[in-house]
Design a protein around this ligand. Sequence first.
Ligand SMILES: *Cc1c(COP(=O)(O)O)cnc(C)c1O
Length: 360
Amino acid sequence: MNRLANFCAGPATMPTEVLQKAQAELLDWRGKGVSIMEISHRSADYIEIADKAEQDLRTLMGISDDYAVLFLQGGASLQFSAVVLNLLNGKTADYLNTGTWSQKAYKEAKRYEALGLGRINLVAQGDGKDVPTLDTWQLSESASYFHYCPNETIHGVQIFDVPKVNAPIVADMSSCILSEPINVSDFGLIYAGAQKNIGPAGLTLVIVRKDLMEQASAWCPGILNYKTQSDSDSMLNTPSTFAWYLSGLVFEWLLANGGVKSIAKTNRAKAELLYQVIDDSGFYHNAVNPRHRSIMNVPFTLADAELDKVFLEKSKNTGLLNLKGHRAVGGMRASIYNAVSHEQVQALVDFMREFEKTYA
Ligand SMILES: *Cc1c(COP(=O)(O)O)cnc(C)c1O
């Protein structure tokens, strides 16, 4: 077996133990003679898997009964629309833009303003390196919700403190869910595509306060309607059964490894290692305000962009994969999600030191 260190931003690396378990039971799931992906989502066997995944996620994140947990499809990108159609309710929604993803969510929401469904207000616009301070925010009087992205995956900009606003907070946690303990009760709604920090692509998690599920627009398709989906246990139509099952295995893996608190400690240590080697050198550079540096996605540039290709080729040959940065930022990006081990980050840091010695 040759599993290499994979720093891909998404779909991202998964825990080897989880893939091994899935492999072991792939052909003949629990002696049933069929694969889990070959049985009805309405069968008792599958429902048991689905329920257990939800219960384990509730345990991991401390999600109370005041919240519904939905296992949907369409990615985080479809939630850009679903949030508006379910929550805007003819009022104004506030959007904080701090990078590519919150910008996309804002743009998508704006389309519904044009349709007359309510108003979409830009609270503040970040530059992808820092977060505008609270005193510059243009918040509305009584917004139906406040939307932001706590971890901007492309720019590596993270907001660690939950914004102090009055409206229910909607957070796109695609790239930071389960990376650190949070208080779910601080949020009205949390959504996340699974393919960054949970499991395979094709599954989207939505955690929504139940009292917010009652105000959907008549335009909202049933498939996107939180109340409708909640009433049918996320099985209004065929869900992404295999991705749901694999995500459940990841939740079990997290629980077996001490839960979110424990993985958060490792995550902090991993990020510190990387930022340290960047800051210690005059060769690597990270442009983000240190107070907002992401612990999940670490973008960095080399002193000479001409060396990018060499860096990528040599790192790949060393077994360190997918370090190419997003084209919007350039340079490199190391995504160090839960399933990336401390040893793998150490190997990257060692490689970076060697590379600097040779080429600086
Ligand atoms: C990857 C990502 C998205 C897009 O997710 P899809 O599931 O591909 O729609 C949205 N927001 C954030 C923060 C992301 O990291």
